[in-house]
Design a protein around this ligand. Structure first.
Ligand code: C5P
Length: 218
């Protein structure tokens, strides 16, 4: 299609969400937070007591997933569930159900439908490889699990929450393994993606770097 899409893929805690917000502000494009769709599915599965190996049940929920986005909030059946889905428990369920090919297929068109004028910034794991493979601008962010865990611990400390670095590093590594190891739409850079290693960059530097790359690409 002729709608410009900027894809941002990478593992959890690498700064994709912040970069996506930054680019949305700069471009006025729409935002697709695809992880939030998988988190909403996980939330719905837990809420409706759908077993994580009940593929027909998960597909039925995916097909009519009652999720909506309003500003920075995630609504499920109209109720704000943003803080309920932004935790490692829901993330772990999300990455489990996200490994099911039938579930991904059921959610594909829903994600493509976010591409509307003037354009889209799409944040996820398979935005450049599967959902928007013809996007002209694909970014892939990386950083070691240890560095991402350190950042997460700092974030939590700022919120007054004491966190165990070893536990968080372990959670991140387990989720990385599930996301990169699955057969369908594994986390990996598209062949034509620009890879940004954020290990030695703060988030402002990541945004500046991405922005200058976009300028180069026109
Ligand atoms: O990005 P976020 O951490 O919110 O994603 C939660 C989980 O959803 C990921 O760990 C991944 O398993 C799954 N996901 C996915 N494909 C996407 C976005 C997220 O499989 N495009």
């Amino acid at each position: 299609s002729s709608i410009p899409v900027i894809t941002i893929d990478g593992p959890s805690g690498v700064g994709k969400g912040t970069l996506a917000q930054y680019l949305v502000c700069k471009t006025g494009f729409h935002l697709l937070d695809s992880g939030a769709i998988y988190r909403a599915l996980a939330y719905g599965a837990v809420k409706n007591e759908i077993a994580l190996d009940d593929i027909p049940g998960l597909v039925a929920l995916s097909t009519h997933l009652p999720v909506e986005f309003k500003a920075t909030s995630i609504l499920y059946e109209g109720a704000d569930v943003t803080s309920k889905v932004r935790n490692e428990e829901i993330a772990a369920v999300a990455s489990t159900v996200a490994a099911i090919p039938e579930v991904r297929a059921a959610l594909l068109q829903r994600q493509k439908d976010f591409a509307n004028l003037p354009g889209l910034v799409a944040d996820g794991r398979d935005m450049g490889t599967v959902v928007f493979p013809s996007s002209p601008v694909k970014l892939y962010l990386t950083a070691s699990a240890e560095i991402r865990a350190e950042r997460r611990v700092k974030q939590l400390k700022n919120q007054g929450i004491d966190a165990n670095i070893a536990r968080i590093t372990q959670d991140i590594k387990e989720r990385d393994e599930r996301d990169t190891g699955r057969k369908t739409a594994p986390l990996k850079p598209a062949a034509d993606a620009i890879i940004i290693d954020t290990s030695d960059l703060d988030i402002q530097e990541v945004c500046q770097k991405a922005e200058s790359l976009l300028w180069e690409k026109g």
